[in-house]
Design a protein. Structure first.
Length: 134
């Protein structure tokens, strides 16, 4: 090869571009037990057994709820959301259309960073259009 510099520059651009494209909303694996204990303490009721709360979180972790298609009832079933947050999300979705990313949740009234970080592992914002690129 006469000129290795162009080849090196091309390879560098490809590698950096691939890393940038792979950046997404951080999904840390939740500590389900700790989160369930926190929620259980917040709820402070005997109506919801701890095992049921843990099982609900585990189900959502394994099969995340799509915030773009979830009904009000489905959103209410997620124990991390208040009624005001559910209503605000539905209103936001109706006004602006489907969410494009988890970051858009910051624009929804009542959805603070703590809420978004807590629900992140249990929800998704998958496209509602068939054959769309994710």
């Amino acid at each position: 090869m006469k000129h290795p510099l162009p080849l090196l520059l091309t390879l560098s651009c490809l590698l950096v571009g691939k890393q940038l494209a792979a950046q997404e909303f951080p999904h840390r694996a939740p500590e389900l037990d700790r989160l369930a204990q926190e929620l259980f303490a917040e709820i402070q009721t005997d109506q919801v057994p701890y095992e049921d709360l843990y099982g609900t979180l585990l189900n959502y972790y394994q099969s995340p709820l799509n915030l773009n298609t979830a009904s009000a009832e489905e959103l209410r079933a997620l124990p991390l959301l208040s009624e005001k947050q559910v209503a605000a999300l539905l209103q936001h979705r109706q006004a602006t259309g489907p969410l494009l990313s988890m970051y858009e949740l910051q624009a929804v009234p009542g959805w603070d960073v703590r809420t978004i970080e807590r629900v992140g592992p249990f929800v998704t914002v998958a496209s509602t259009r068939p054959n769309s690129v994710r």
